[in-house]
Design a protein around this ligand. Structure first.
Ligand code: FES
Length: 235
């Protein structure tokens, strides 16, 4: 089948100082991924087309893009999923565009780092070997361990678009992963950080984040659980 690809372009170093779109018409297979199409354009039509990708299998989180108006991973989206013979690809919203689909991820990772996204426990395990956790305790944060930091959730959030000081859904999801881990000892500190102006209360429950997550994380639910933990004063 033939499709029309409409690709966002911006490259100030090469004189493309204003955002614009390039249009390509190519032959594709319905089971081709959007990433395959971008690779084809780069290899055979325009080597200057720039985008991030690494694993190509939905694991590294580097190729989140806005595809036909919705945040998705280019490597996990098939032509037939879109059910459209025109495919528009744009960078994720709310971040500074560096070139084509490449955005400045530094503020995103600064927010991520601000919530202490690592295990904190200065005590030795009781048996000196391992921290014991029941299946029920593990289940409390199982869903939020799936985050691949692609930023699809944060950059689909209207609260984040209107105020980039908001830490955003991805940072809260990663805080949730540790706050509800029975072995961790820094939940109080994380709840304090997320109770600040830039924290969870900026969430207006739009659910865009949950719809955008390519890992099917219950993002809005996780944010609500963190809000409740702040009100209770403990996980
Ligand atoms: S390239 Fe790694 S998630 Fe798509």
């Amino acid at each position: 089948m033939q499709i029309t690809l409409k690709l966002f372009r911006y490259n100030p170093e090469a004189g493309r100082t204003k955002p614009s779109y390039d249009i390509f018409t190519i032959e594709v297979d319905p089971t081709d991924r959007i990433l395959d199409l971008l690779e084809e354009i780069k290899a055979y039509h325009d080597p200057t087309l720039s985008f991030r990708r690494s694993c190509a299998h939905g694991v590294c989180g580097s190729d989140a893009m806005r595809i036909n108006g919705r945040n998705r991973l280019a490597c996990k989206t098939l032509v037939k999923d879109l059910n459209n013979d025109t495919i528009v690809v744009e960078p994720i919203l709310g971040m500074r565009v560096i070139k084509d689909f490449i955005v400045d991820m530094d503020p995103f990772f600064d927010s991520y780092k601000s919530i202490l996204p690592y295990f904190v426990n200065n005590q030795k395990p009781e048996d000196g070997k391992e921290y014991i956790q029941s299946i029920e305790q593990r289940e409390k944060f199982d869903n939020t361990t799936k985050c691949i930091l692609c930023a699809a959730c944060t950059t689909s959030c209207p609260s984040f678009w209107s105020n980039d000081q908001y830490v955003g859904p991805a940072a809260i999801v990663n805080a949730h992963r540790f706050i509800f881990d029975s072995r961790d000892q820094a939940a109080g500190e994380r709840l304090e950080i997320l109770n600040q102006q830039s924290g969870v209360w900026r969430c207006r429950t739009a659910f865009n984040c949950t719809e955008a997550c390519p890992r099917e994380i219950h993002v809005t639910e996780a944010i609500a659980e963190v809000k409740n933990a702040i009100l209770r004063g403990k996980p």
